[in-house]
Design a protein around this ligand. Structure first.
Ligand code: NAD
Length: 491
């Protein structure tokens, strides 16, 4: 085990109305280390009655506390939370590696420390945001009125999150929702309950966030997410997860016409243009494609290579991916750890079998890694299929890339856009202006050019098409949690 990793601690309780409580029926469920298959411990297994308590607590807190009208209090509490989380960084690091299977290397970035620091950005915004805009005097039907536009908190937010980057996604919802003045019920993913419940414990014990403003619910029952989407006391659902679940969240939320914010799946393309440094491009595509075992929604998994350099590119990528291999997530050199669960490993293996059935072959990988324990799949590069193959159209969420040849910029853009998704993408080219021009033609919410990284607190992230609705992070992400009110008085 790496030096930085200490004992793994979890929290077995829910946070409801400011108190750490057991599930009403006392039920618990196991949380498992995906690298070792060992049971780490148990988390509270909330039922609908516990979720009802959480929603009631959030509603009461939002309706009665000064929270939504006091940005200075909110900024102070969010900074307090950031500082408390930072003081628990090693405990959270050990937990993230053990429960998520996240390579420890990544916990100094997007898996843990980056999102904690980004809470400060949300706190600053609570203080600097222009909450009121004076539109001046207008004349409507002969009546002169002074008009003012006020932005205010959307209300009670149901935040539903997945397991793949639990801290990043939990904090990317909590930070702006709290900065906006909302109360939150956070429903964690069943595969990573401790990542959420530990934050609940820290909120309860080490911050002045008023009781009920944050409630944390862990459960093995996915339906508690649906409960948040249908309950009329919830004003807004902020969901990150698969496109299929996003659809059902949106349909459920339609019953009460609640605001819906969706961050969903992706099948993002990496376009290597014909003037690119193919070695540099393929090295970057191979590395970034299998980070965290490919369990990232914005990972570029379709590699579009110029036809005349296709074999060269595939060879380079296969060699890089094979040399990276899989590793113990506690090892600081590991890039590609385990998949989250046996279920996810089986799902990825199903996609690999489909690729072969549809005429594909593996330039590297293609099977389970040769390890005694853990849900590991070898980094795999699929070739011999076109963009209509299942492996090129559906999100695999494993260390599996597919290489497809293209016949120039127009063809590469056509292939990149031939997807139901529109989350992210990358372009690599020799001429930067040309590469940026190609990036502008890709119908996705983010694009990196020649290794440029868009991920940051101030950059809105989200999807076109079936990759979602709305944006997370940035000012746009904060404004998802605001309502708009116009007030007019006689001038
Ligand atoms: P999932 O959709 O199965 O589950 C996500 C969350 O929704 C979990 O908390 C789950 O319990 C809950 N849920 C399940 N059924 C529900 C229902 N009917 N109503 C309400 N909530 C329900 O996704 P997952 O397998 O946990 O995560 C992987 C998926 O998340 C991938 O598709 C990935 O692309 C996506 N993802 C997207 C982003 C993004 O920002 N676009 C980020 C990370 C992950």
């Amino acid at each position: 085990m790496a030096d930085a990793v200490t004992e793994v601690l979890g929290c077995q309780q829910l946070l409801v109305g400011g108190k750490l409580v057991d599930a009403r029926e006392g039920a618990v469920f196991e949380t498992v280390n995906p690298a070792t298959e060992e049971v780490l411990g148990v988390a509270a297994d909330a039922t609908a009655a516990d979720m009802d308590d959480g929603i009631a607590a959030a509603r009461a807190a939002f309706d009665t506390e000064a929270w939504s009208s006091d940005p200075a209090l909110r900024a102070r509490c969010i900074r307090q939370l950031r500082d408390a989380l930072q003081s628990h960084a090693e405990e959270l690091r050990a937990l993230t590696v053990a429960e998520v299977g996240a390579p420890v290397m990544l916990t100094s970035g997007a898996h843990l420390e980056g999102p904690i620091a980004d809470l400060g950005w949300a706190a600053d915004l609570a203080e600097s945001y222009e909450w009121t805009t004076d539109l001046g005097i207008g004349d409507t039907m002969g009546i002169a009125s002074r008009r003012r536009i006020v932005r205010e908190a959307a209300g009670v937010v149901g935040a539903i999150t997945p397991w793949n980057f639990p801290h990043q996604i939990n904090f990317a919802k909590l930070g702006p929702a709290l900065a906006a003045g909302c109360a939150v019920v956070l429903k964690a993913a069943p595969d990573t309950p401790w990542c959420a419940s530990t934050v609940g414990r820290i909120i309860a014990e080490e911050t002045d966030i008023p009781p009920g403003i944050v409630n944390v619910i862990t459960s093995s029952d996915h339906q508690l997410g649906a409960q948040l989407a249908t309950d009329p006391r919830v004003d807004m659902v902020s969901f990150t997860g698969s496109t299929a679940t996003g659809r059902s969240v949106m349909a459920a939320a339609a019953l009460t016409l609640k605001r819906v914010f969706l961050e969903l799946g992706g099948k993002s393309a990496f376009l290597v243009l014909d003037d690119a440094d193919v070695a540099a491009a393929c090295g970057f595509a191979a590395f970034s494609g299998i980070i965290h075992a490919g369990q990232g929604c914005a990972i570029t998994t379709r590699i579009l290579l110029p036809r005349r350099r296709f074999d060269e590119g595939v060879e380079l990528m296969a060699a890089t991916m094979a040399s990276i291999g899989v590793g113990d997530p506690t090892d600081p050199a590991t890039v590609c750890g385990p998949l989250i669960s046996a279920r996810q490993r089986d799902r990825v293996e199903g996609y690999l079998a489909d690729a072969i059935d549809q005429g594909g072959s593996f330039a590297c990988g293609g099977s389970r890694a040769d390890r005694d324990q853990g849900f590991f799949i070898e980094p795999t590069l699929v070739v011999g299929v076109d963009n209509s193959a299942t492996i090129a159209q559906e999100e695999v969420f494993g260390p599996v890339l597919v290489a497809i040849p293209h016949d120039g910029d127009d063809d590469a853009v056509r292939l990149a856009n031939d997807s139901p998704y529109g989350l992210s993408g990358a372009v690599y080219g020799g001429d930067l202006d040309r590469a940026v021009g190609v990036a502008g033609r890709i119908r996705t919410g983010t694009v990196g050019v020649n290794g440029g990284l868009w991920y940051a607190a101030d950059v809105p992230f989200g999807g076109y098409k079936q990759s979602g609705l709305g944006r997370e992070m940035g000012v746009q992400g904060f404004e998802e949690y605001l309502e708009t009110k116009a007030i007019a008085v006689p001038a």
